[in-house]
Design a binder for this molecule. Sequence first.
Ligand SMILES: NC(=O)c1ccc[n+]([C@@H]2O[C@H](COP(=O)([O-])OP(=O)(O)OC[C@H]3O[C@@H](n4cnc5c(N)ncnc54)[C@H](O)[C@@H]3O)[C@@H](O)[C@H]2O)c1
Length: 185
Amino acid sequence: MNVVIIGTGYVGLTTGVTLAYLGNEVTCIDVDKDKISMLNRGITPIYEPGLENMMKAAKARLNFATKYSECIINSDIIFFAVGTPPNEDGSPNLRYLYNAYFEILNYLKRKEKLTVLVNKSTVPVGTADELDSIIKDYGITNTQIVSNPEFLRQGRAMADTLYPDRIVVGGNCEAVECFVTSINP
Ligand SMILES: NC(=O)c1ccc[n+]([C@@H]2O[C@H](COP(=O)([O-])OP(=O)(O)OC[C@H]3O[C@@H](n4cnc5c(N)ncnc54)[C@H](O)[C@@H]3O)[C@@H](O)[C@H]2O)c1
């Protein structure tokens, strides 16, 4: 499976490394050049037990990039794992998530096959519907958005990703929900 991860923080990096370790071709994209430069040198910007070893083991199937590129066109599934920090009123700031979606629209438009877009970021109910409308307004019809919120605990991120005690998946198509459930480790 060709996987793209957008946002290479705690959630994105552990998801990307685990999926590559399990045999998928994974490209992790982040706008933070320093972070990507470290990752390309095999250095992890966060400490999680097992992460660096798994990253080494999965090296052949793991790419890190700062630019949205052809990998979007070749992808089967794209995970969004950008930050959603709280606004002053406590609501999550969705700016980074919307920016990431806007970045990929032109690539999605050039794609023929179905792309599954998975929101791992923590977002309010209704966000996937809003993003879906934006995509449809742009004339793109071959995408399915699925919500797959993350429950990892920092310090146990690799164990929680490899052996999650729950997987929550929601969308509008049962077959696609099953696909996302099955790609979860
Ligand atoms: N960290 C946790 O323990 C945890 C647990 C459960 C859920 N979550 C949720 O998961 C989401 C991600 O959390 P995190 O802790 O991994 O965040 P993080 O801040 O560690 O990482 C987010 C990354 O996204 C990158 N980014 C921002 N905009 C981007 C863009 N347009 N394109 C590409 N990269 C972009 C940032 O540079 C950053 O490296 C949040 O919604 C958070 O609430 C986090």
